[in-house]
Design a binder for this molecule. Structure first.
Ligand SMILES: [Zn+2]
Length: 638
C-alpha cells in the first residue's frame, strides 16, 4: 500500500506502492512481481522434488533430465558433439530438393526453421484434429523488429547481426564466413518478416483459417515437396491441411527458389545453434543471454542454473513433474473453493448477458448456450501423460531436449485425422497462469496459480474473489471477447451473432482498444490497443463478474455490508485483491518488448485501465467525477 497516494488518482500506486518500494528488481530478472514470487515458491518445491534421491518411473526421468541440465562441466566437455552431426547434415545440403527431408528432421527437434507443421483442431468440426502449416517464429521477437526504420530498431538489428556472427564464429566459421552468414540470415528473415501476418491480424481466427487439400498446397508452392516433407516427418497420411497464411508460404516458396544453397545453409545453421544455445557450452549460452535477455529485455545477470533447469524440465517433462508437485502443493480445499467461485462467476455472467442492453434476445440465447457448454478444469489433468517413449540420460542435456521435443512433435503429428482429446492441458500443473481454449470451450486453472496472493483457504472472501475470482472471470470472459465470440459452444468457428449485435459489440470493443492505446509505457512506447484487446476485455469483464459474484455470494451473507477489515469495506477489498496481484517492478526494455509482442497490457494499466471503467469503483472509494481513476466515457463490453 501507499497511503500517500489517493486511490482515485492512481489506484495501482495506492495498492502496490508499498510492495514496489520493498521489492527491488533483482539483477537476474526482467521483471519482479507477484507472479514471479509465486513462481519462485513453486520452483523451490520443484527443485526439491527433482533433487530428492530415490525417485522411480517418470519422476526419475525428470530427475535425470534435470541432473543432465545441471551438469555444466559435462556440457562444457561435450562441446558441439550433440549438434555436430546435424551441422554436418546441413553442410551436406547441395540440392534444394533435399530441403524438405532436412527440415522435417530439424522441426522434430523444435528448430523453427521457415515454417511450423503440426496438428490442431479442425475449426469447422472441432471434434477432429487436422494438419496445420503456419509461419514460423522469427529470430527477433516480432516482424516489426525487421521492418521498422527508427533509430532504436536499426541499432537492435545491428546488434542482432553481430550476435548471429558471433555464434557462427563460435561454431567454427572463419570471420569472413561468419559475417556473410549474418548477412544471409538477416536477408532471409527480413523476407519472411515481410510475408508474415502480423500479431493483430492473427488475432482474427478467420485470418488464419484456410483449409485446402495437399494438392492445392503443392500447387501454390511448387518449389517445395510437401509429400516428401510429410513422409520424412512420419505424419499419418492426410488430404486436408489448414494453411494458416497462404501468402507467407507463397513468399517462402519464392525465397527458397531464389536463394543460394550457401545462404540457405547459413540460415539453417543459425536456426539450429539458436535453438540449442542455452544447452551448449558457456560461450554459446552467454552470447545467447547477452543478446536475447540483456539487450532485448534489460536483464543484467543470468539466473541461477537451477532455475533455468527447473524451467527446462517443466517445459519438456511437465506432467511427470507436475504429478509430484500436485501431491505436495495442492490441497483438496483449494479445488472445492475454486469450483464454488467458478459456479458463482458463471452465475454472474448469466446475469450480465441477460441484462446487456445492446444484445438481442436471439444472440443472448446463443451466448447462454455457449456459457452452459463451457467446461471448467481445476488443478491438473485427469490422466497424466506417459513419457515412457523418451530416452533420458544423465550426461547429455541437449540430446535429452532433442528427444523430448521429437517425442512431443511425433505425438502432435499422430493426432492428425484423430478425434480431439479434450482431456489434454496446454499448461503444466506448476504454471502460475490460466487459460481459455476457444476451440474446446474450456477454462483451465493449473494448481500453480491457486496459491497466495491469488487464493488462500480461509482468507477474507472479498480478497479471494478480487484476486482468484477475477482471474476466473477473466478466463470466462475470453469466451466472449472479440476472438472468443467467433466460436460456438462446441469450439467451432461459427457466427452466432446477428449483424446488429456484432456491430454493437465491435463499437464497445473499439472503446476499449482506444482507451488502452492511449497508455504509454517506458516513456515513448504506447500499448497497442488492438493487440491487447482480448486481454483487456477479459480484465474488465473478469473484475466486474468477480465483484458481482462476491456481492451475490459471500458478500450477501455478511451481517453488515459496512463491516471493515483493515479499514476497507468489502467492495474496496475486492478491488485491492485485484490490484495487488499485479504489483511489479520491471525494466524499460522489458516493457517495450512486452508492448511489441505480448497480448497483455502493462500491469499498471491492467489495474488502472479496468477499475477506471467501473462506476462500482468510483462509488466504493467515493471518487469525485473528473478524478483520474474515473473515466468520463467509461468503456464496457461485459
Ligand atoms: Zn487472458
Amino acid at each position: 500500500m501507499d497511503h500517500r497516494t489517493d486511490p482515485c488518482t492512481d489506484f495501482y500506486q495506492f495498492a502496490c506502492g508499498g510492495w514496489i518500494a520493498k521489492n527491488p528488481l533483482p539483477a537476474d530478472r526482467r521483471s519482479w512481481g507477484r507472479f514471479q514470487e509465486v513462481q519462485d515458491r513453486n520452483f523451490t518445491i520443484l527443485r526439491r522434488i527433482l533433487e530428492a534421491p530415490g525417485a522411480g518411473g517418470d519422476r526419475k526421468k525428470a530427475a535425470d533430465y534435470y541432473a543432465a541440465c545441471m551438469d555444466e562441466p559435462r556440457i562444457e566437455s561435450n562441446g558441439l558433439a550433440f549438434v555436430g552431426p546435424d551441422l554436418a547434415t546441413i553442410d551436406a545440403l547441395t540440392n534444394p530438393d533435399d530441403l524438405p527431408v532436412l527440415l522435417a528432421h530439424l522441426h522434430a527437434y523444435g528448430v523453427p526453421a521457415f515454417f511450423r507443421f503440426s496438428s490442431r483442431t479442425d475449426l469447422r468440426d472441432a471434434t477432429r484434429e487436422m494438419a496445420d502449416v503456419d509461419q514460423a517464429a522469427l529470430g527477433l521477437p516480432d516482424r516489426d523488429y525487421y521492418l521498422k526504420t527508427d533509430a532504436r530498431s536499426v541499432e537492435l538489428r545491428g546488434k542482432y547481426m553481430a550476435h548471429v556472427e558471433r555464434l557462427s564464429g563460435l561454431a567454427g566459421a572463419p570471420p569472413d564466413t561468419a559475417a556473410a552468414d549474418a548477412k544471409a540470415v538477416m536477408e532471409i528473415e527480413t523476407a519472411l518478416a515481410n510475408a508474415a501476418l502480423d500479431r493483430v491480424k492473427r488475432r482474427d481466427p478467420a485470418m488464419t483459417e484456410h483449409p485446402m487439400t495437399l494438392t492445392d498446397l503443392q500447387a501454390i508452392t511448387p518449389n517445395f515437396g510437401w509429400r516428401k516433407y510429410a513422409a520424412a516427418a512420419e505424419a499419418p497420411r492426410f488430404q486436408a491441411v489448414n494453411v494458416a497464411v497462404p501468402d507467407y508460404l507463397k513468399a517462402l516458396d519464392q525465397l527458397i527458389a531464389a536463394t543460394s544453397v550457401g545462404d540457405l545453409k547459413a540460415y539453417l545453421r543459425w536456426q539450429l545453434l539458436h535453438a540449442s544455445a542455452d544447452l551448449l557450452p558457456r560461450a554459446f549460452a552467454d552470447a545467447d543471454f547477452d543478446f536475447f535477455s540483456r539487450t532485448l529485455a534489460g536483464q543484467q545477470d543470468r539466473p541461477p542454473r537451477w532455475r533455468q533447469c527447473v524451467t527446462e524440465t517443466d517445459a519438456r517433462l511437465g506432467e511427470a513433474l507436475g504429478k509430484a508437485f500436485v501431491e505436495e502443493a495442492f490441497a483438496p480445499q483449494a479445488k472445492a473453493d475454486m469450483l464454488q467461485m467458478v459456479q458463482d462467476i458463471k452465475g454472474a455472467m448469466r446475469q450480465d448477458i441477460d441484462a446487456a442492453p445492446w444484445m438481442s434476445g436471439g444472440t443472448k440465447k446463443a451466448a447462454m448456450a455457449k456459457l452452459n457448454a463451457l467446461v471448467d478444469r481445476i488443478g491438473y489433468p485427469d490422466t497424466w501423460r506417459d513419457y515412457a517413449g523418451i530416452r533420458v540420460t544423465r550426461d547429455d542435456a541437449l540430446g535429452n531436449r532433442q528427444r523430448a521435443m521429437a517425442f512431443e512433435h511425433a505425438r502432435s503429428l499422430q493426432k492428425i485425422g484423430q478425434p480431439v482429446d479434450r482431456g489434454e492441458w496446454s499448461m503444466t500443473p506448476p504454471t502460475v497462469n490460466a487459460y481459455y481454449s476457444p476451440d474446446r470451450n474450456n477454462i483451465n486453472f493449473p494448481a500453480g496459480i491457486l496459491q497466495p496472493p491469488f487464493y488462500r483457504a480461509g482468507r477474507d472472501a472479498a480478497v479471494n474473489y478480487g484476486a482468484a475470482g477475477a482471474v476466473i472471470g477473466h478466463e470466462l470472459t475470453h469466451g466472449f471477447d472479440d476472438q472468443g465470440r467467433r466460436f460456438d459452444g462446441q469450439g467451432n468457428l461459427r457466427d452466432w451473432w446477428t449483424p446488429e449485435d456484432a456491430r454493437a459489440f465491435d463499437e464497445r470493443a473499439s472503446c476499449i482498444a482506444d482507451q488502452y492505446s492511449s497508455y504509454a509505457v517506458a516513456g515513448d512506447t504506447t500499448i497497442n490497443g488492438r493487440l491487447t484487446l482480448g486481454e483487456n476485455t477479459a480484465d474488465n469483464g473478469g473484475l466486474r463478474l468477480a465483484l458481482m459474484a462476491y456481492l451475490a455470494g459471500p458478500g450477501a451473507k455478511l451481517r453488515d455490508r459496512r463491516d471493515k477489515v483493515g479499514g476497507f469495506s468489502p467492495e474496496q477489498r475486492v478491488f485491492l485483491g485485484w490490484a495487488q496481484v499485479w504489483c511489479e517492478n520491471t525494466r524499460p526494455e522489458a516493457e517495450r518488448l512486452k508492448a511489441a509482442t505480448n497480448p497483455h497490457s502493462s500491469n499498471r494499466y491492467r489495474v488502472n485501465g479496468s477499475i477506471s471503467n467501473m462506476p462500482e469503483f468510483q462509488k466504493a472509494f467515493s471518487c469525485k467525477g473528473g478524478a483520474p481513476m474515473v473515466r468520463a466515457n467509461a468503456c464496457r463490453v461485459w
